[in-house]
Design a protein around this ligand. Structure first.
Ligand SMILES: Cc1cc2nc3c(=O)[nH]c(=O)nc-3n(C[C@H](O)[C@H](O)[C@H](O)COP(=O)(O)OP(=O)(O)OC[C@H]3O[C@@H](n4cnc5c(N)ncnc54)[C@H](O)[C@@H]3O)c2cc1C
Length: 437
């Protein structure tokens, strides 16, 4: 095998690309990961809230997340390599899903699926929410609105009667470090990483993929290429000439997450949990230094801005900052409105139904792990296993189109239904069409 010839090339060293590389390397495949950035995890992963939760709208989505959580709990064994930067820590705070008004809610569907599937959870009534989270105001304020709407300022209409708490949920506070950990794990198993290495073409030979060409002229070869390019995934699919062959498409959506100090007197670092709040259209979690991260749950009143992933506004929009932080003020009294706006702007790689695509393509040897839609950080480990199982099965002759692969998660033994994440599925009507997936 020459220095520019590999068993598999992975495009992207984010958390999903890193997990695919580690998994393939662990199974003895000679992998090359190429990334145009100077270091691992410098794409959308760097700004991820990295919340680990199980509140998905489908059995397949919940299974992937449930299995994925076990990797975070068992991180040191999974990586099984030294990292001079240290290993990430999993903060198992638990997650509370607040039940907004109305019967047909995402929270109600999630609760029904958790009951059917046996996902451990507690039902909290209003008194329990107040007792366990005294910093939370459990009033009903919804539906979500923007502060420019007079109705935003109206008095609460009632109280939240129920919340669903999963104790195994939590977050990772340094998502970029998790990618470095994955890189070191893959390298220890023989994987190679090239940074500042931008793919400019996906190359074919004899009707199948044969490698990639980089902006600097290098052209590494491999019979397998995996597109894990995050918000740039559609551009790589266009290079491979498979974009038009897929029923489900992906595009880059601009998103903001705001970073605010905890209310006075609340040690959110110690007592804070992650909360999904559809009543206000936000989610939040503790961040180191007694801060809180606030994201949007994509309520319909928030504008959606699809962008060119190489040209978009990277400073915070004052009105979006106000919307998210004022909503959080209603749930967390005393939070206030900091004079200095802090937060991040980054991109989701959104698929048509906000469910990822983990699949082969019409180009033999070319695979995709894309469309992660703002919600797949948590699934890196389980997606890595699923992709490696898929690649090995298809390369061994399995017809995944006719007989969609179902594999067992190595930790929990749940079914990972690869076919559910097909590029050619019909748009899933049960999807929340939001970051909830
Ligand atoms: C603001 C925000 C908050 C989020 N919060 C959560 C959360 O709380 N929980 C959760 O589970 N998920 C969350 N997500 C989603 C999660 O972070 C992503 O699904 C995940 O990080 C995607 O990882 P990836 O490896 O697929 O992509 P990326 O991390 O984007 O990596 C893709 C890599 O491909 C490289 N690349 C692109 N084009 C090329 C090219 N031509 N040549 C070479 N390299 C290329 C890029 O440089 C990049 O490093 C969030 C995402 C965002 C943006």
């Amino acid at each position: 095998m020459s220095e520019t010839s590999f068993d598999a090339i992975i495009i992207g060293a984010g958390v999903i690309g890193g997990a695919v590389a580690l998994e393939l390397a662990d199974r003895g495949h000679r992998t090359l990961t190429v990334d145009k950035a100077p270091s691992a995890g410098s794409g959308s992963t760097i700004n991820s809230c990295a919340i680990v939760r199980f509140s998905y709208s489908s059995v397949a989505g919940i299974n992937l997340a449930w299995e994925g959580m076990h990797y975070w709990k068992d991180w040191a064994n999974y990586i099984a390599a030294e990292d001079e930067l240290g290993l990430i820590e999993y903060h198992m705070t638990g997650q509370l899903v607040l039940q907004q008004a109305g019967a047909e809610t995402h929270a109600a569907r999630v609760k029904m699926l958790w009951d059917e599937m046996g996902i451990p959870h507690e039902v909290w009534d209003t008194a329990t929410i107040k007792e366990r989270c005294p910093y939370i105001d459990p009033s009903l304020f919804g539906p979500p609105m923007r502060p420019a709407d007079d109705a935003f300022w109206k008095d609460p209409t009632g109280v939240i009667e129920r919340g669903y708490f999963t104790p195994d949920a939590g977050y990772v506070s340094d998502p970029q470090l998790s990618c470095h950990n994955l890189q070191r794990g893959a390298e220890l198993r023989g994987g190679t990483f090239w940074f500042n290495a931008e793919v400019t073409s996906v190359d074919r030979e004899g009707g199948r993929v044969a490698g990639v060409t980089l902006a600097d002229g290098r052209a590494p070869k491999a019979p397998i290429v995996v597109n894990v390019a995050g918000p740039h995934s559609y551009l790589i699919n266009q290079m491979a000439d498979v974009y038009d062959t897929m029923n489900i498409k992906t595009k880059a959506l601009r998103h903001e997450v705001h970073h605010v100090p905890s209310p006075d007197g609340v040690d959110f670092d110690r007592v804070g949990i992650t909360v999904a709040d559809d009543d206000l259209g936000i989610y939040f979690r503790p961040e180191v230094g007694n801060h809180i991260l606030i994201g949007s749950g994509d309520p319909t009143c928030d504008p959606r801005e699809f962008v060119d992933p190489d040209r978009y506004e990277r400073s915070l929009y004052p009105d979006q900052y106000e919307a998210q932080v004022l909503r959080a003020n209603r749930r967390l009294p005393g939070l206030g409105m900091p004079h200095e706006r802090k937060g991040i702007v980054d991109l989701y790689d959104v698929s048509d139904d906000w469910i990822p695509i983990y699949d082969r393509t019409d180009l033999d040897g070319f695979y995709v792990a894309i469309g992660t839609s703002g919600n797949q950080y948590k699934n890196a480990g389980s997606a890595g296993q699923m992709m490696a199982d898929l690649i090995e099965a298809v390369e061994a002759g399995h017809d995944h189109e006719r007989d969609p692969l179902v594999v067992k998660g190595r930790y929990s033994g749940v079914d990972l239904d690869v076919g559910f994440f097909s590029r050619n599925r019909q748009i899933n009507p049960n999807s929340s069409m939001s970051v909830h997936g």
